[in-house]
Design a protein around this ligand. Structure first.
Ligand code: AMP
Length: 217
């Protein structure tokens, strides 16, 4: 199954994509995670991307399309994938469509849009923490770790992403509204879109996503 999870920053894309990976063996492809790794490793891609990421802006489409082509043509994606954070523009969606038709054989099976109101997003992003080591996500108020600042799974250090700081959040939400939200209509028009209410408990939202994808719980 080939799925795109669409939603504003903080809508829960990463959390639910990680679940789909662990439960259904679908590789979770997060372009944000790939870029953050490239920045940490100081690769040429990371050096080009970091200037955009630190301002909450989008990395240029051509770079992103090269990155996604390289990732989706790896053998683990033959069974399918869950895309998180890609596409983020109409040009990326069109590029993905071409890549899938020409190289991957066939199109997407579904696009799930997780809808969350702005005020909830801001609250979620400001409290979001991630494990430096394994990437597990937490929230200081809603999903705290047992020991503050330490990952329950691996003992790694929890950190706040630079772009989750309050001054960056509104810039990122604006980018979402202007550049990414048009994808909702784009995929609705192609009859691929399912919309899910992203407000509620983790398991509640997860069940809604599993339900619209027609997967067995
Ligand atoms: P995320 O973890 O998905 O919120 O992504 C973090 C940052 O990486 C974004 O704010 C962008 O600067 C960059 N990024 C991730 N995915 C994309 C994409 N598909 N297109 C452009 N920039 C991206």
């Amino acid at each position: 199954m080939r799925v795109v999870i669409l939603g504003a920053p903080g809508a829960g894309k990463g959390t639910h994509a990680k679940y789909l990976e662990s439960r259904y063996n679908l590789p979770h492809v997060s372009t944000g995670d790939i870029l953050r790794q490239a920045v940490d490793d100081q690769t040429p891609l990371g050096q080009m991307a970091s200037a955009y990421m630190s301002k909450g802006e989008l990395v240029p489409d051509t770079l992103m399309l090269d990155l996604i082509r390289e990732r989706l043509t790896r053998p683990d994606c033959r069974v399918g994938f869950v895309l998180d954070g890609f596409p983020r523009t109409i040009a990326q969606a069109e590029g993905l469509e071409r890549l899938m038709e020409k190289t991957l054989g066939g199109g997407l099976d579904a696009v799930v849009f997780i809808r969350v109101p702005h005020d909830v997003i801001v609250q979620r992003l400001a409290g979001r923490r991630a494990c430096k080591h394994c990437g597990r996500l937490y929230h200081t108020a809603f999903v705290p770790s047992v020991n503050e600042g330490i990952c329950d799974s691996c003992g790694g250090e929890l950190y706040q992403r630079d772009d989750d700081r309050e001054e960056m959040i509104s810039a990122r939400l604006e980018v979402f509204e202007k550049q990414t939200a048009p994808l909702i209509e784009y995929y609705r028009h192609r009859r691929l879109l399912s919309e899910v209410d992203g407000v509620g408990g983790l398991e509640e939202v997860r069940d809604r996503i599993v339900g619209v994808l027609g997967l067995r719980a």
